[in-house]
Write a protein that binds this ligand. Structure first.
Ligand code: 5GP
Length: 206
């Protein structure tokens, strides 16, 4: 089967990472695209697993060498998707999940119309604010920036193919799993030239 790119976006703190991690554990043949970022690691984050934590100089060098499928400045830091990883895994027939911001998703949309775009929204703005506060990973100023950016991100959800309102994590995980499985079995993805050849080999008109 052909590989498929799943682009997951939504405001910071909405629960994308938790949903994606669970889905990856439940399904075979699904890989996570580890992004590069200039943001410093949070406690517990591992280089090469959560992100490739790199300097701004290195990031800009990679931009110059066209090594990113997309990249963007998000909440004051740079984030980018390494192109090689995606291209290699598409060839291998993998289902690749990108956890990227809306600007990045819209860039991918311009170049990869075959990708599947999933937006994760909070049930309300107030719930998002509470979740970000509870997570406690940002300083007050950074937190305000993330909440402010969320308004613009929410205004773009209409551009996405699927919308998951994350008011119940277990339910959201099931929905994302169903989307990935359903998309995988679309005729355009299953029907390869080899399958057509096998199906019609030896068939004669009678
Ligand atoms: P965080 O700093 O909370 O890990 O991520 C902040 C935002 O950056 C999230 O919305 C996340 O989806 C997004 N992000 C992570 N990696 C990438 C990437 O490679 N490209 C883009 N455009 N956004 C990314």
């Amino acid at each position: 089967m052909k590989g498929t790119l799943f682009v997951v976006s939504g405001p910071s703190g909405v629960g994308k990472t938790s949903i994606i991690n669970s889905v990856i554990n439940m399904l075979d043949n699904v890989v996570f695209s580890v992004s590069c970022t200039t943001r410093p690691p949070r406690p517990g984050e591992v280089d090469g697993v959560d992100y490739f934590f790199i300097t701004k100089e290195k990031f800009l060098e990679m931009v110059d060498n066209s090594e990113f499928l997309e990249w963007a400045e998000v909440h004051g830091n740079l984030y980018g998707t390494p192109k090689n990883f995606v291209q290699e895994n598409i060839k291998k027939g993998k289902r690749i999940i990108l956890d990227i911001d809306v600007q990045g998703a819209l860039q991918v949309k311009r170049n990869f119309d075959e990708a599947v775009f999933i937006f994760v929204a909070p049930p309300s703005y107030e719930v998002l604010r509470e979740r970000l506060l509870k997570r406690g990973t940002e300083e007050p100023e950074a937190l305000l920036k993330r909440l402010d950016n969320a308004k613009w991100e929410l205004s773009k959800m209409i551009e996405f193919d699927y919308l998951i309102v994350n008011d119940d994590l277990v339910n959201s995980i099931q929905i994302m799993k169903s989307i990935i499985v359903g998309e995988t079995y679309k005729t355009k993805r299953v029907l390869t030239e080899e399958l057509i050849k096998n199906l019609f080999k030896g068939v004669t008109d009678k």
